[in-house]
Write a protein that binds this ligand. Structure first.
Ligand code: 4AZ
Length: 284
């Protein structure tokens, strides 16, 4: 899960910075063109400043290690609300003090993160089933409204009736693994990759072969070597619709990453619109 950490002291940070090749072996260079580079989300490349201004990073405090680390993504859907995956939030009774939201940065930066006032997991999410049980969405209310600016902006939610045909090319972003078990290497630039929407029925059949069930509130996207991966969880899957970006999915789970027969599984945003709107409107 761990993507980046905030060491307790500046000294430790300096030490980490000076240690070569810690945690990654693939240097990030300029984009050599689609399909060839080793850096990813998986099969992706460096995102440009301000390209995905709704992308946020979730920093969690681990009390046993006394450390903050960037573990998940999320998206700003309103000046004061973030949409993420329920499975990103640990424990039965999560405490807001152990979570911070990074806004508007391409690189992990704990110091650019803001506090959270409320954590709301979807009531149908089952902790014991984790992401695979469905309803893998959570809302975070920020302590104060933010933005908009060039680097921070919210993403539109789709109308309830909107669905994209299989093959539609959408984008997913995050600081997650570039291959299964392989963390994003320094300098940890946010990654983007274009992924095709996969037909519900095809995805369902593919996962049934390994006895996994795709729920109605989930959708699939991705292709061989183009996928989200561990620690991208909670991040947005967005598609262009009538000239604007809308958030169609929330990174949830999948069988490994980048496998041709097992696309990434996303919480289907249209399934949760009433729940999302209910909270945002009743808690201004
Ligand atoms: C994860 O473990 C995870 N390939 C996220 C996304 C995918 C697989 C695993 C999709 O957080």
């Amino acid at each position: 899960m761990t993507r980046a950490e905030e060491p307790e002291t500046k000294m430790l940070w300096l030490l980490v910075l000076t240690l070569p090749c810690l945690g990654g072996s693939v240097p990030v260079t300029s984009d050599p063109g689609p399909g060839t580079e080793l850096v990813g989300i998986m099969g992706g490349h460096d995102a440009a400043d301000g390209a995905w201004p709704w992308q946020v990073g979730l920093w969690f405090f681990d009390p046993t290690r006394s450390k903050w680390s960037l573990e998940c993504g999320g998206s700003l859907i309103h000046p004061q609300w973030v949409l993420t995956a329920a499975h990103c939030i640990p424990g039965r009774n999560p405490v807001t003090q152990h979570l911070k939201v990074q806004l508007g940065g391409l690189r992990p930066s704990y110091s650019d993160s803001v506090q959270v006032a409320r954590i709301i997991r979807h009531p149908k999410f089952r902790l014991e089933k984790k992401a695979e049980g469905g309803a893998d969405v959570a809302l975070l209310k920020l302590e104060a409204p933010v933005g908009p600016s060039n680097l921070v902006r919210w993403i539109r939610l789709p109308p309830a009736s909107l669905s994209f045909p299989p093959g539609t090319r959408c984008w997913v972003t995050g600081w997650g693994d570039v291959a299964p078990g392989e963390p994003l290497p320094p300098p940890y630039n946010l990654q983007e990759v274009e992924v095709p929407i996969v037909a519900d029925e095809i995805c369902r059949q593919q996962y049934l072969r390994i006895d996994k069930v795709i729920q109605d509130d989930e959708l699939c996207a991705g292709s061989r070597e183009r996928d989200s991966c561990q620690s991208d969880s909670g991040g947005p899957l967005v598609c262009k619709w009538r000239g604007t970006w809308v958030q169609v999915g929330v990174v949830s789970w999948g069988e490994s990453c980048g496998l041709a027969d097992f696309p990434g599984v996303y919480a289907r945003v249209t399934s949760f619109l009433p729940w999302i709107r209910g909270h945002i409107h009743s808690s201004p």
